[in-house]
Ligand binder design. Structure first.
Ligand code: 5GP
Length: 188
């Protein structure tokens, strides 16, 4: 059986990544990899849906047993991609989507050179800022921090195989679907 393709999707906070992915992931042949973390669960989060919530000992055991495809420490907590479900789905011919940050994406590229890296861009920094302010979930100083972080992340976009601008949602979804289709038709 033909193996599935590993897709890594990154993009700054507020670029609409979650909305685009929610539509793309309606395709039953795509498996969304749920990351593991040691941070505590936020209100509204569901174990096994938003993250797989583990304690540090469980996470460290997984690292020692090579159970993580990649992992990183962020603000004192571990985050990582559990290897087993990713490999099982790829072997079963399903495509796997990882939604991880730029650093994690580069680690995956090193370990899995066949992975396809896709960067989702806001149309402009101004639009990103307006979306973050409009969301109303962050204070003005956090918005500024996220905008500054977004500018740094966007500078890494050239290291990705594809960049999709999320201006009109339907167009961005169509672009991502077209990339998946093109990769399925690739000769090597
Ligand atoms: P949060 O605590 O806000 O959910 O996530 C904090 C950071 O961890 C974000 O930058 C997010 O992209 C990153 N993150 C989430 N899952 C993973 C993962 O599986 N691997 C890596 N390397 N980073 C992750």
């Amino acid at each position: 059986m033909k193996k599935g393709i590993l897709f890594v999707v990154s993009g700054p906070s507020g670029c609409g990544k979650g909305t685009v992915l929610a539509q793309v992931l309606q395709d039953p042949n795509l498996y969304y990899s749920v990351s593991a973390t040691t941070r505590s669960m936020r209100e509204g989060e569901v174990d096994g849906v938003n993250y797989q919530f583990l304690d540090r000992a469980q996470f460290e055991t997984l690292i020692e047993n090579d159970g993580m495809l990649e992992h990183a420490e962020y603000c004192g907590n571990y985050y990582g991609t559990p290897r087993k479900p990713v490999e099982e789905h790829l072997a079963a011919g399903h495509h796997v989507v990882l939604e991880i940050d730029v650093v994690g994406a580069m680690h995956v590229k090193e370990k899995c050179p066949d992975a396809v890296l896709l960067f989702l861009m806001p149309p402009s920094i101004d639009v990103l800022k307006k979306r973050l302010v409009g969301r109303g979930t962050e204070s003005p100083d956090v918005v500024e921090k996220r905008v500054a972080q977004a500018e740094r992340e966007i500078q890494c976009a050239h290291q990705y195989d594809y960049a999709v601008v999320n201006d009109v949602l339907e167009d961005a979804v169509a672009d991502v679907r077209a990339i998946i289709r093109a990769e399925e038709c690739r000769t090597k």
